[in-house]
Design a protein around this ligand. Structure first.
Ligand code: ASP
Length: 304
């Protein structure tokens, strides 16, 4: 299942497709410790359905990725939203970011990190992007902002089961990328962080250019994996820069995974080019991944 040919990295599992828009792809994390494959596939499929409904109703790529991520945050199957894993201090601290374009054409990005109570961190990220006066809000400030825009406050204990190190969910940051019928690209990522992370730690997911990216007319990216290495590599922006310099998306992806590996990390990513090229790649033990177009729907836990 590798039409792009063999990878330069022997451990990079890579799928490449060229599909007609509208298109959406999702991931439910890369690593070890996902739940049962059937549960993971069902969660991915529900996310694809939610995103696809938004796309086909003409809502645009940004609303589509948000709808897909909300479905995964609500499922409790993934390490995001209601399935977030606790920190070593027993707190729930979630991160999320979005990047795309609003219906009025404004190109936006925004995120929140170390948020403690929004059940849907991606909705907080979208509102930060809409408001436009900050790129990234952290901690209590992000929580207060979420409240000010009317997001529902939930008991943080209900997001995880509340036991340090004993998440009720399976592993898996979530993300989505979409290309809508008018050529707009968008990306969203949401996470409960690394299992057993120290309180206050922030990974790559809410950092535009690292775990989340959408450059119009070029490429949308959502990553998952060892956040510190993805940030150090400048993962998503490195791909965007390479594509802008003329590299095919597959080659740009390989080079960026090499950069992450040089920083001692591994993980996965979903990427959509403005021309409908889809690349899904990971060098982790497993990756939950899916995509949907008019001709193809895939929702699977890919184990090596
Ligand atoms: N990248 C996320 C982080 O470092 C975790 C993950 O994707 O598993 O916070």
């Amino acid at each position: 299942m590798n039409p792009a040919g063999s990878s330069a990295r022997s451990d990079l599992r890579l799928v490449a497709r060229r599909l007609s828009p509208p298109l959406i792809a999702v991931h439910g994390g890369a690593g070890a410790g996902h739940g049962p494959a059937e549960l993971v596939s069902a969660g991915l499929r529900a996310a694809l359905d939610a995103g696809w409904s938004a796309l086909t109703a003409g809502s645009g790529a940004l609303d589509a990725v948000v709808a897909a991520v909300v479905a995964m945050e609500d499922s409790g199957t993934f390490n995001a939203g209601r399935g977030a894993v606790p920190t070593t201090a027993g707190t729930v601290e979630t991160d999320a970011a979005v990047m795309g374009a609003l219906p009025d054409g404004r190109v936006v990005s925004g995120g929140g990190c170390a948020m403690t109570w929004p059940a849907n961190p991606v909705l907080a990220a979208r509102e930060v992007a809409r408001a436009g006066d900050a790129l990234l809000l952290a901690g209590a400030g992000a929580d207060r902002f979420a409240e000010s825009v009317g997001l529902v406050r939930v008991d943080p204990g209900s997001l995880t089961g509340g036991q340090p190190g004993q998440a009720v969910s399976s592993a898996g940051t979530v993300g989505a990328v979409a290309l809508d019928g008018v050529g707009v690209l968008a990306a969203a990522t949401s996470t409960g962080g690394r299992r057993g992370q120290p309180s206050g730690r922030v990974g790559d997911s809410p950092i535009v250019g690292a775990g989340t990216w959408a450059e119009q007319a070029r490429v949308a990216i959502s990553a998952t994996g060892d956040g510190e290495a993805f940030v150090r590599a400048g993962f998503a922006h490195l791909i965007d820069w390479s594509v802008g310099a003329g590299a095919p998306l597959v080659e740009a992806s390989r080079a960026a995974f090499d950069a992450v590996a040089r920083w001692g990390g591994s993980g996965g990513a979903i990427l959509l080019g403005a021309d409908g090229e889809l690349v899904v790649a990971h060098d982790a033990p497993a990756m939950a991944r899916g995509w949907r177009s008019t001709t193809e729907t895939v929702a699977e836990l890919d184990r090596r």
